[in-house]
Design a protein around this ligand. Structure first.
Ligand SMILES: [Fe+2]
Length: 374
């Protein structure tokens, strides 16, 4: 039995409500356990906690421009690995043309996020149209391929040796953020039947990150029907209805979309800014002391980040103090826009992430200095 130490106290000149009514001229920094769910302390600093003049050593933030990666893949299994550890693997896959084979992941569930393009997914369960902004959850073992209408750019998030689930919505109720009835599933329609041609097809199976190739004299996506309670599902970011408070800046955990083992996937979508005069309107400074934080920027204006555009990814390792960039901090005081206009995918990992070689090659080396006042 463990009993968490809980001792709400207030010391010195401080606000009593987190993220609100900060003492004039101060910058709030949160130290928190368990990714904003656990015990936390809120400090009121005289200087922005990101105001360093020099930063040395291995605890560094990273930013990668995934737009600069090689785009010549025809298979998800030749897509470069960006970040990885024992529980999550993140790849970035660009399919300029339709896949000429089927893929199957025997290592874990894959969550695809369609950053760009559109096409048709053909899989064991049928056919599903996909477009930018779609999340597609492929249960481990599913055979699948894309027929492109436009080149596809996919963020692939693998739950290594594990399954995805939906977050517990708690007091919000199960139909908040998105209703499970909004999850689309593939159809066994005429287009699915038409592609069941008797020509030679290969299935490239990934197991323990090695590829085996199985050749059939027919298209193995030849099911006539199925039943069960496991399926490919899709939801588009535009169908996510974020929770918000006009009086309180909610932590990123309020935007959790999918849950893996020892990591979560959250989605930032447009939402009105807080209107309470005392409420913080940009993310608070913090270290997220138990998690590595990854954000993939999909579309829109990234309101707390300067010089970050669509197709880029940042990694803020556990223990690295971060928060809004200087421009965003200034804009907060003269708020002209009524709402954020950003779409981004966040991955919070309980274990440290390793950086793949391909990601290192497209790293923005000056990112650690991007919090400096220009
Ligand atoms: Fe963060």
């Amino acid at each position: 039995m463990k009993n968490r130490i809980s001792l709400p106290r207030v010391e010195g000149t401080a606000s009593r409500q987190a993220h609100a009514d900060l003492p004039p001229g101060t910058f709030e920094r949160e130290i928190s356990k368990e990714g904003f769910f656990g015990p936390a302390a809120f400090f009121h600093h005289r200087h922005p906690p990101t105001g360093w003049v020099n930063f040395e050593g291995p605890l560094r933030p990273h930013a990668f421009d995934l737009n600069k990666l090689d785009k010549s893949q025809n298979s998800p299994w030749s897509a470069p690995t960006i970040l990885h550890n024992a529980h999550v693997q993140v790849r970035y896959c660009t399919l300029e043309t339709s896949m000429d084979h089927l893929a199957r992941n025997a290592d874990g569930d894959d969550l695809l996020f369609v950053h760009a393009g559109m096409g048709e997914l053909f899989c064991d369960y049928g056919r599903l149209s996909v477009t930018a902004g779609d999340y597609i959850l492929l249960p481990r073992g599913t055979m699948w391929r894309f027929e492109n209408a436009q080149p596809l750019a996919l963020l692939m998030i693998e739950a290594v040796n594990a399954s995805y689930s939906l977050p517990d919505k708690g007091i919000l109720g199960g139909h908040a953020i998105f209703d499970p009835a909004m999850l689309d599933v593939p159809q066994m329609d005429a287009a699915f039947v038409t592609q069941q041609r008797d020509d030679v097809w290969q299935v490239k199976v990934k197991r323990r990150n090695s590829i085996s190739v199985v050749t059939y004299p027919f298209n193995p996506l030849d099911a006539t029907g199925w039943h069960g309670d496991l399926c490919v599902v899709r939801i588009n970011v535009k169908d996510i209805r974020p929770v918000l408070s006009h009086r309180y800046h909610l932590p990123p955990s309020a935007h959790t979309t999918f849950v893996g083992d020892r990591f979560v996937v959250c989605t930032f979508v447009p939402r009105p800014f807080e209107t309470d005069p005392g409420a913080l309107k940009v993310p608070f400074f913090h270290n997220n002391d138990d998690y590595d934080e990854v954000i993939f920027y999909h579309a829109g204006d990234f309101f707390s980040r300067d010089n970050i555009g669509p197709g880029m990814m940042t990694l803020h390792p556990c223990g690295f103090t971060h928060g809004p960039h200087p421009k965003a901090l200034k804009n907060m005081l003269v708020q002209s826009k009524p709402a954020t206009n950003e779409y981004a995918v966040m991955i919070d990992s309980r274990d440290a992430l390793e950086i793949g070689d391909a990601a290192s090659a497209v790293e923005w080396q000056g990112y650690v200095d991007s919090w400096k006042e220009k």
